[in-house]
Design a protein. Structure first.
Length: 219
């Protein structure tokens, strides 16, 4: 049934309802505005935090460009301590690991790449770190660990060629030249045009073909 009131009755009903529920409305509005204000404050805090992380990251890159690894370490430690889990920190780990490898300190790159592999965002960063870590493991002679990293990868999408190349590197280290050649061939087949170092991969394939041929001739 439709309820019909004259203007006076309607006015009185509204007044009565407000008298009964006014405090609840005020509280609701206070909570709503308080939540909005809190959200705005949180947004500002997040933006400020992101700017700070960006500044630390950029300063670290500047030091690395100047080959000042010791100075860069301080910025990296700040990122890892104050901005753990931030995208900048995982990216910084990749750059620091590269610097360590180039400085002949491959063993010091391991923990950096492990951090990026476990915390990197977006997810492709994690696979980049996994590939680089596997390469470092091969260079350190820890080939079983390198293969384990590849076997436990949640996804190989976009990294199939890199995984195959690393498996080839492991086979080459073990003196299994024919298997290494097969892996390098697969890597070349899966390597997209314009990506990766195709020329270097072709050189490795040719070397393994020659080694495999010599090995077969000797037997």
């Amino acid at each position: 049934m439709v309820e019909i009131y004259d203007s006076h009755e309607q006015s009185e009903r509204v007044k009565g309802w407000l008298a009964e529920n006014g405090s609840a409305i005020v509280l609701g509005l206070a909570l709503a505005f308080g939540s909005l204000f809190g959200f705005k404050q949180w947004q500002l805090w997040e933006q400020n935090k992101d700017r700070q992380a960006s500044a630390e990251y950029q300063q670290m890159l500047d030091y690395l460009a100047e080959d000042n690894l010791d100075a860069a370490v301080a910025n990296y430690e700040t990122l890892k301590t104050d901005f753990k889990g931030a995208a900048y920190t995982a990216l910084a780990s990749l750059h620091m690991a590269k610097a360590r490898v180039e400085a002949g300190q491959a063993e010091l790159a391991v923990s950096l790449l492990e951090y990026a592999m476990n915390n990197g965002t977006p997810k492709p960063v994690r696979n980049i770190a996994r590939v680089r870590l596997a390469r470092v493991k091969v260079a350190l002679g820890e080939t079983d660990q390198a293969l384990e990293l590849l076997d436990k990868a949640p996804s190989t999408d976009g990294f199939e060629a890199s995984f195959a190349e690393i498996r080839g590197d492991v086979a080459r280290k073990a003196g299994e030249y024919s298997r290494a050649s097969d892996f390098y061939s697969k890597a070349l087949e899966m390597l997209e045009q314009g990506t990766g170092d195709r020329a270097y991969l072709e050189v490795k394939l040719q070397a393994m073909n020659l080694a495999a041929g010599a090995e077969g001739g000797a037997s």
